[in-house]
Design a protein around this ligand. Sequence first.
Ligand code: PMV
Length: 312
Amino acid sequence: MTRAHAPGKAILFGEHAVVFGRPAIAVPVHQVRATAEVSDLPKAPAGAVFIESDATGTRAWLTDLPEDDPLRRVTQSTLERFPAADRPAFSIHVTSTIPIASGLGSGAAVSVAIARAVSQHLGQPLTTETVSALAFDVERLHHGTPSGIDNTVISYESPAYFVRGQPIERIKVGVPFDLLIGDTGIPAPTAKAVASVRRRWEADRETVDRLFDSIGDIVGRARTAIESGHVTALGSFMNENQTLLAEMGVSSPELDRLIDAALGAGASGAKLSGGGMGGNMIAVVTPDRAQAIAVALLEAGATRAFATQVGP
Ligand code: PMV
């Protein structure tokens, strides 16, 4: 049996604007992860693949799934890189602790875990670059115009400064800092949020481009702060970024409630993370306040709150 994992991710700054060419910063979140296990099926005909995913309730032979099924797509594009002859039959079992449609990159993490486990099982692990490219291809099924930030950060497992279409720039974290992640429990498909931002942009490009530019500016300042270890500045950058995201229409009453609760309990800054309209929020916290802020998030309706540290 071959097993591979992929972490979740959180976008610290720059979501949505990144779809329109501005930079963003994201970090891997190792407290949650997707796992794929590949096992031989000696009794099945050569080349057959059975796939099982607890998260989506899938239990099917690969070729019985719709062609645009994400599990089928990533498995097939991985297999295309191996000679079809003498390929053993195998099963793939996917499990994930990353909530679906919550802004933590569950779709990309599942793709990365499958591409890694299958290629390792067949004796030739794919490079990180290829794994990321395969996951990007699947992200396109989730929403038409992905920036590529999810698959990149999740494959490289490194804090990253990201500009669409450009190679990943890893960020050196000057001084580690702590985040709390709070889940509204409301699933929010990224496609919906991305489409709504595009509609606003099409209706009033000048205004929305200005919002994107302001976000890009925050991302630049945040990168400098992270690299130079000036982490006390990050909270106010998050608050600024959240104000702009709210103006863009991608916050929600539930997100606002969790953000207010985190700030009220002493977080230095907080914002939605990912597509928004539900899903998760993040807060920069100091270790002495983390526990109290986590409690405040749960009291304000978070279905889950957990801490993660952004480190080198
Ligand atoms: O909701 P998530 O985790 O898939 O993040 C989406 C981030 C966006 O900037 C809104 C879209 C994208 O493709 O970058």
